[in-house]
Design a protein around this ligand. Structure first.
Ligand SMILES: [Ca+2]
Length: 269
């Protein structure tokens, strides 16, 4: 299943379908993803469950696709009852809590839990909970215990931005060295410095277009491509050899641009 990598800083929960195990009239679950963090309950932007209290009250959102999650931010009710949120759990995964029966929140904990019991400082409007390495389509906020009341004014979910593992400027200053700190310096063979983008002198490499002209980049393990990877390559292609030749043990991928400016991807063994 694909993992989406949205732009930095995007809250991917806003406007998405939400539900909860039980609802107090006027406290519909979608109010916690309406984009309004107002903690005054009378402003009509908070989700709420019945004030009599119920066991393991839970709220959840369907992000539509699985995301790598960095953190979940919860905005608490501010006008009164801020203590109702404590303690809470966060579960993230691909098991659909929408399938459970109303009032039975046991199934929502089938998704992995982010940390243990979380406690918000009731003098603060929000709490940010880091969930590094977690992935999933559904984010659940669960209030564990026999008699709990849910008042949540907004839930924001921020995806993880992929960590950059290599950066090769290919200019006179850095040559083919990796400036990311990962230490995978390239070795340039048969290349010359050339004018780069925007006419900047010695800010690009020119290749001869044959097997004797290349930059070889080893992998000391920092270039972790276990799940997926993204390569950005800025090039002005004049023909000849592949733009990129990615080889592992026994297999590899070649990226070509044909003279008619079409991209060809060739898998080789
Ligand atoms: Ca809201």
């Amino acid at each position: 299943m694909p993992v989406l990598l949205p732009a930095a800083g995007a809250n991917v929960a806003v406007g998405k379908p939400a539900d909860q195990t039980s609802t107090y009239p006027g406290g519909e679950p979608g109010r916690a993803v309406d984009g309004n963090t107002d903690g005054d309950y009378s402003a009509g932007s908070c989700a709420a469950s019945p004030y009599q209290g119920q066991a393991n009250v839970s709220w959840w959102v369907d992000l539509g696709e699985p995301y790598m999650i960095d953190r979940v931010v919860i905005f608490n009710r501010q006008d009164e009852f801020p203590e109702r949120l404590n303690p809470f759990n966060i579960h993230i995964g691909d098991l659909n809590p929408f399938n459970i029966h109303i009032g039975d929140s046991g199934d929502v904990i089938s998704n992995p839990r982010c940390g243990g019991d979380h406690h918000i400082d009731v003098t603060q409007p929000s709490i940010s909970v880091s969930c590094p390495g977690m992935r999933g389509r559904y984010v659940v906020v669960r209030l564990p215990g026999p008699s709990r009341v849910l008042n949540i004014c907004e839930v924001q979910v921020f995806p993880a931005i992929p960590r950059r593992v290599g950066l090769w400027p290919l200019n006179a200053e850095h040559l083919a060295n990796d400036t990311s700190g990962g230490g995978n310096h390239g070795v340039a063979v048969g290349t010359t410095l050339a004018e780069g983008p925007d006419g900047e002198a010695q800010s690009a490499f020119t290749f001869a277009g044959n097997h004797q002209s290349y930059i070889e980049i080893a992998n000391n393990g920092e270039l972790d491509v276990k799940r997926s990877f993204t390569i950005l390559l800025f090039a002005y292609h004049l023909g000849g050899q592949p733009m990129l030749d990615y080889r592992g043990p026994g297999a590899g991928t070649l990226f070509w641009i044909w003279p008619d400016r079409q991209l060809y991807i060739e898998y080789v063994t």
